[in-house]
Design a protein around this ligand. Structure first.
Ligand SMILES: [Zn+2]
Length: 142
């Protein structure tokens, strides 16, 4: 048999679990020091003019359901330095893991065992033994 107190406790427990969550939509414009206009006021003025109290969406979109907060963005120095860091990390990883030379005889590599290195401009002078003609070739590695 249940006592009155335990029934009350159960009712309290169910009451707390069925709490209604507030449905809030956030507007997070990125903050900029150079912007002098009052973005918050302009935004809520727009809300009032676009969704007036007699509008059918006013129940969903009003000053109580829409909140505004600035979002922070990294400055240009942070963006550039993180980009540079990533590129340097990638290129240093490639250099250490991939081989630099694919010549059969490493000692006779014309570029000191770095013939697979990217963006290397090289020039070769070739002597043709039959015609005794000397030619020069210029190339670039990719
Ligand atoms: Zn080589």
């Amino acid at each position: 048999m249940r006592t009155k107190e335990t029934a009350n406790n159960e009712r309290k427990a169910t009451k707390t679990t069925n709490r209604r969550k507030r449905r809030i939509t956030w507007f997070n414009p990125p903050y900029s020091k150079s912007v002098s206009s009052n973005i918050g006021k302009k935004f809520f003025d727009l809300l009032n003019s676009c969704f007036p109290p007699n509008h059918k969406l006013h129940k969903i979109i009003n000053k109580n359901t829409i909140k505004l907060s600035y979002s922070c963005t990294p400055n240009i120095k942070q963006i550039i330095s993180s980009h540079n860091k990533r590129i340097i990390k990638e290129s240093s990883n490639k250099d250490s893991t991939t081989k630099l030379c694919n010549c059969r005889d490493k000692q006779s590599c014309p570029l000191q065992e770095k013939c697979l290195k990217k963006s290397t401009v090289y020039q070769a002078t070739v002597l043709e033994t039959n015609t005794k003609k000397i030619d020069t070739f210029i190339g670039i590695t990719f």
